[in-house]
Design a protein around this ligand. Structure first.
Ligand code: BGC
Length: 771
């Protein structure tokens, strides 16, 4: 069982705990208790081995492609937290019957994972305390401490620990075992190189041993086996005495950017030697302080709710968003499973722009900029994809890895259980709305931050190239004089090969219109930028006139008499089936039907038109939104973790606060809840951005309308208040949203204008306004 309420004092709503050992469901806490710093992330797997343990370690951006059908993915690199513990000649591992007082807790505030219990052997009782962290201060560093105390009688304890390079991604081995060696008899070094991308990993580990409080300098016995560099320690420990093993670990790679690189990776063990002198506690303190500076003291969100769990859920989401975001390097982005599991291969999707970016745009624009810069670096791959498909401009990949690679969506997924044929994955070919989602990310970043330099260097080029793609992608029709987009997958992935998906068409038109506006602006006002871009991407007035003209002809479905907007041309006529049994059973429908069959039913996997209302809500009345919500939501199975949050915000917009809060609860329990199998393959990253959106864009009512910041809060009955900081147009604003009152404080130097419940308000430096 997962408990949320063990934290008290400064840790209230910061602890998540597993209170009994559950060998059948190891994946749950491995995922939700993974620890990371954006550079690397290590799953919360037990130190000792179990057949189904998945102890992944991922380093952001280190993609490698396997042979043949094997995809490009983040390779699971050497495992360093695992260790073998042998007590009186028997290997230590837990069963439900030999463990007493088990507690595994991740402290979100400190980033430390703790596991304590008593282990019952045939004739002894041994107390264990495992703790570990991945440093928020030094991005390369992880450290671990194990304390073992025999409670009934003396025990002989053997520890085998080091660097285990036998790791694979579900059997796919991504590394050449290059070098393994020991330095100064204590330091373990391993160099691995990825098989195709040829990225070198330099991994170091070393131990410090204490008998009670006295450091023991006995040299370990080296053990070098195939893909293993271990050290063996043996001790006779008297009853009541404590053996402490501290392990210090660093990971470097040959693609580290200069902010985080060490000069000579082969000698990186010397850095470890220096670091470990500080000791576990001091390094942990530095990590806690850095986590506080980078996350909690700058971006923490306070929710005063009748349900304490709401506060825990946002803390949990914020911690994991920090752990998964490679804020240090603009060549990297956020994977759909963060860095927490093999799922989705570490690839970035539209999840970034629509679900994850808002948290960063509003609260930490530097990180948002880095995530969008990644898309800029991806223009090369996007141009390649457009060309390969016979289009102009930049067609962004549905799934992205190295930015320059272009499309990396695997072409084949699982195999048909009956025919043995590989199932073709179509999203990489026809889920094309990602291109305008990327453009939308640029637009929202610019509107919120006003970062003109970013637009000049990166933003305009993305907007113009994406518009150019859409212009070339539009199709004429025999039926009318309009331009259409056929054979796509919209956000709702249960309807494949559809025509004129409202979301896709609307965003394509918006992308083109906005690019034309930007073109006119830069041509008139920013001659240097215009000249550079004109030269680089061959901009001409004729080309832009064509884009403008074609944009004006895009078919955009409008609300019918019943106010419903067609999701696509066929959705409303699809066959209705009884969905009751699938509504609370994630992916349950896929057990009864295959995707071709599901495509023929009136059923949605996730929010589709609702996302349109979320991004451009100002363009439709609440009456229209309500009619569409009430029409589409009953057909939606919320089989994607991206769905609840959008529906929560829309339900709130249309005044259905009770249902909105219910959907919020569902969004918060996608991974955190008691479904022990929900997240074996990794966290649902976008759902954490979704939780943030429910609180800030939904309940607190922060929205951008064009370039204006609006607050129209609508707190559900359970929530009394929300407090958060943001950086709007370079100024830090503090917002305190309460049932009867909104207080905004400008902590910046310059005056900004915002809209509170429709009223324009000027916020001067250092001043509060209350409405
Ligand atoms: C969803 C997509 C999402 C992807 C990665 C899929 O199940 O349908 O919308 O981008 O997961 O999170």
């Amino acid at each position: 069982m997962i408990l949320y309420n063990k934290g008290t004092g400064e840790y209230q709503n910061f602890l998540i705990t597993e209170d009994c050992f559950d060998e059948y469901n190891l994946g749950k806490t491995e995922t939700i208790m993974c620890q990371g710093n954006g550079y690397m992330c290590i799953r919360g797997a037990a130190e000792e081995n179990y057949p189904k343990k998945t102890a992944n370690t991922f380093i952001a951006g280190t993609f490698n492609k396997g042979p043949g059908y094997e995809p490009t993915e983040l390779p699971n690199t050497a495992d360093t937290f695992s260790m073998e513990i042998i007590i009186d000649g028997k290997r230590f591992f837990l069963t439900e019957d030999n463990v007493i007082d088990y507690d595994k807790t991740l402290n979100l505030k400190t980033g430390e994972l703790t596991r304590t219990f008593k282990y019952q052997t045939k004739d002894n009782l041994i107390s264990f305390e495992f703790t570990r962290f991945v440093s928020a201060d030094n991005l390369h560093l992880a450290a671990q401490r194990v304390k073992i105390t025999p409670l009934n009688k003396d025990a002989q304890i053997v520890i085998i620990s080091g660097i285990d390079s036998k790791t694979t991604n579900s059997g796919e081995a991504h590394f050449i075992d290059d070098t393994r060696r020991f330095f100064e008899k204590r330091f373990i070094f391993t160099k691995l190189t990825t098989t195709q991308s040829k990225i070198d990993f330099f991994i170091n580990a070393a131990h410090r041993i204490f008998l009670d409080d006295v450091e023991d300098h006995t040299l370990p016995q080296p053990l070098m086996n195939r893909r293993e560099a271990f050290q063996k320690y043996s001790f006779d420990i008297s009853v009541g005495s404590t053996l402490t093993i501290e392990k210090y670990i660093t990971y470097y790679t040959s693609i580290d950017n200069k902010n985080v690189a060490c000069e000579d990776n082969e000698k990186s063990y010397l850095i470890l030697k220096d670091i470990m002198g500080e000791g576990y506690e001091a390094l942990l303190k530095e990590s806690i302080a850095a986590l506080d500076t980078k996350l909690w003291s700058r971006d923490a969100i306070t929710i005063r709710s009748k349900n304490e769990f709401d506060q825990l859920a946002i803390n949990y989401a914020m911690y994991h968003l920090f752990a998964m975001t490679p804020a240090h390097d603009p060549r990297m982005n956020i994977g759909a499973k963060g860095l927490s599991g093999e799922g989705y291969k570490g690839h970035a999707f539209w999840d970034t722009e629509v679900f994850l970016l808002p948290r960063y745009i509003v609260q930490n624009p530097e990180v948002a900029k880095s995530l969008i810069e990644y898309r800029y670096h991806g223009l090369e791959g996007a141009r390649k994809k457009a060309k390969e498909n016979g289009f102009e401009g930049a067609m962004f990949p549905w799934e992205a890895a190295n930015p320059e690679d272009g499309e990396v969506t695997p072409i084949y997924g699982g195999m048909d259980v009956y025919t043995g044929e590989r199932e073709r994955i179509k999203t990489g070919f026809i889920e094309i709305h990602i291109t305008s989602d990327v453009a939308f990310g640029v637009y929202s970043y610019f509107n919120f931050t006003g970062d003109q330099e970013f637009m000049d260097n990166y933003g305009y080029e993305i907007l113009l190239e994406t518009a150019s793609f859409w212009s070339s992608r539009l199709e004429t029709s025999k039926e009318d004089d309009l331009l259409h987009i056929t054979n796509v997958i919209g956000p709702d992935e249960y309807t494949e090969h559809i025509d004129d998906n409202a979301y896709t068409n609307y965003l394509a038109k918006w992308n083109m219109d906005y690019a034309v506006k930007c073109y006119n602006d830069i041509k008139a006002n920013r001659p240097e930028v215009y000249a550079r871009l004109a030269k680089k991407i061959g901009l001409t007035d004729e080309m832009m006139a064509t884009i403008a003209e074609r944009a004006s002809k895009v078919y955009i479905p409008v609300p019918g008499e019943d106010l419903i907007i067609d999701q696509d041309t066929t959705y409303r006529a699809l066959e209705e089936i009884d969905l009751t049994k699938y509504r609370n059973n994630v992916m349950g429908i896929l057990k009864d039907y295959n995707l071709d069959q599901i495509s023929k039913f009136k059923v949605s996997k996730q929010a589709d038109i609702m996302v349109l209302f979320l991004l451009f809500g100002e363009n439709w009345s609440n009456e229209i939104k309500a009619a569409n919500f009430n029409y589409y939501e009953p057909y939606c199975l919320h089989d994607s973790s991206l769905s609840f949050s959008t529906h929560c915000i829309l339900a709130n917009d249309i005044g259905n606060t009770t249902y909105s809060y219910e959907l919020f609860k569902k969004a918060t329990t996608i991974d955190l809840g008691q479904d022990m199998k929900a997240c074996d393959a990794g966290v649902h990253a976008a759902s954490y951005g979704g939780i943030w959106q429910c609180v800030i864009n939904g309940f607190a009512g922060l929205r951008m309308i064009g370039t204006d910041l609006h607050f129209n809060p609508r707190l559900p009955e359970e929530i009394q208040g929300i407090t958060f900081n943001m950086i709007y147009k370079g100024q830090t604003l503090k917002a305190k949203i309460e049932k009867e009152e909104i207080t905004l404080t400008n902590l910046g130097e310059e005056t900004v204008t915002v809209f509170v419940k429709g009223e324009e308000v000027t916020l001067q430096n250092g001043l509060n306004i209350t409405r």
